[in-house]
Design a protein around this ligand. Structure first.
Ligand code: SAH
Length: 393
């Protein structure tokens, strides 16, 4: 067995059950281990702390599998964790056949993401530790979902930090030509091969419903629309008009397809392929006003190093959106940047409101859907935050 010995005092975060260990905390490695292999992590005095996957090539060098010394990290443990993760989702009663089945640390499976899109499962592995159990994970998924196709999307950029090349492609079963999912009675086509993330923004499922509840009779502006999920929900809830903006013409073409697929009125829709930052200024010049605005930008700050530039981006886009908001109108604004926490995001949005000269009431604080759970000891898992705001004057 390989032991990983920490420097004195560096066991503190592990002792609080935070599941990550950076290489700077490691004093010595006794024994041999392949990247992704299991090690016993021990304090400087030799005390057992955790079983973890170790990757000597990564700065985030170890990720905890288990806190219990008597537990064995083997195929059984991985299969049990997978079953527990699936059982948790079964009990959520989601109104959708598209959901995240496994979300890394929060399911005791660091580096593993599994998303289900109707009859297709998408597997995404991001760490050497997760790679080591790839076959066990695939077997477990196939046993639970015998008729499902399994497709791999291990192409997240973070793999480079682990020294892993991207890997994508079918693993098992026959991939259907098109994948159609249902969410709250609405249909969406998901491109699991080329779509963003594993194909769809599952994390926003609850927020689409919350936002749509304010859409009846509204002029809706959907910024960073991607394939139009927020807009389609808003139209179905009775929006008077929808203007969707995205820099990708391809994504907007798919959004238009989604309007047709759900028999919604295309005559109420307008599509603009544009940079949102410029488009908002343009809309102001045109004298446009909206009763419901959704701002769902991409990650401006993946880590803390990018926070300052990201803060400027969020402030600018929120300020410009607020100036288009009609009195009584609702703004749903989001950040999925790991480097910007909920408190900072709220400060940035407050600063934007101050500069825009508008009073906004907080109707709700929003976060990722429950199939993307968060460990109390691992706040990094909570990446999506949002505010539902209403203009008073
Ligand atoms: N709201 C979507 C997800 C948005 S993902 C949903 O619920 O499905 C972010 C989107 O922003 C992507 O489609 C990307 O093409 C687009 N994007 C990124 N930067 C942009 C910019 N500066 N202007 C316009 N669109 C942008």
């Amino acid at each position: 067995m390989t032991d990983l010995i920490l420097r004195p005092g560096r066991e503190r975060s592990l002792a609080r059950r935070h599941p990550w260990l950076y290489d700077g905390a490691i004093a010595a490695v006794h024994g041999r281990v392949e990247p992704g292999g299991t090690v016993a992590v021990r304090a400087a005095d030799g005390r057992f702390l955790a079983w973890a996957a170790y990757n000597p090539q990564a700065r985030l060098a170890a990720r905890v599998w288990s806190w219990r010394e008597e537990e064995r990290v083997d195929a059984d443990l991985i299969a049990r964790r997978l079953e527990t993760a699936i059982a948790y989702r079964d009990r959520l009663g989601l109104d959708s056949d598209a959901l995240r089945l496994v979300y890394g640390e929060a399911d005791g499976l660091p580096g593993v993401v599994v998303d289900r899109y109707a009859g297709v499962l998408v597997l995404q592995l991001t760490t050497a530790g997760a790679e080591a159990w790839r076959d066990v994970l695939v077997e477990g998924l196939a046993a639970h979902f015998p008729t499902a196709a399994i497709y791999e999307r291990s192409d997240a950029e973070v793999r480079a930090l682990e020294g892993l090349p991207p890997r994508t492609g079918p693993i098992r079963g026959r991939m259907p030509e098109t994948v159609t999912i249902r969410e709250a009675g609405l249909k969406f086509r998901v491109d699991v091969v080329r779509g963003h993330k594993t194909g769809f923004y599952l994390d926003q499922r609850d927020n689409r419903r919350i936002v749509a509840a304010h859409a009846a009779g509204c002029r809706v502006l959907e910024c960073f629309a991607y394939t139009g999920a927020f807009g389609v929900h808003a139209l179905a809830a009775g929006a008077r008009s929808l203007l969707s903006i995205d820099s990708s013409a391809e994504a907007l073409a798919q959004a238009r397809e989604h309007v047709r697929l759900n028999d919604l009125d295309e005559g109420r829709c307008e599509w603009r392929t544009a940079d949102v930052f410029q488009a908002l200024r343009r809309l102001r010049e045109e004298g446009r006003r909206f009763d419901l605005i959704v701002l769902d930008p991409p990650k401006f700050a993946p880590t803390h190093q990018h926070v300052e530039r990201a803060a400027r981006g969020y402030k600018d886009v929120n300020l410009n959106a607020m100036q288009l908001l009609a009195a009584g109108g609702v703004l749903a604004t989001f950040s999925c940047s790991g480097g910007v926490d909920a408190a900072l995001f709220r400060k940035i949005v407050a600063a934007a409101a101050w500069d825009a000269g508008v009073s906004l009431r907080v109707r709700a604080q929003l976060t990722q859907a429950a199939d993307h759970p968060v460990l109390l000891a691992h706040p990094e898992g909570e990446y999506l935050k949002g505010l539902l705001l209403q203009r008073l004057d």
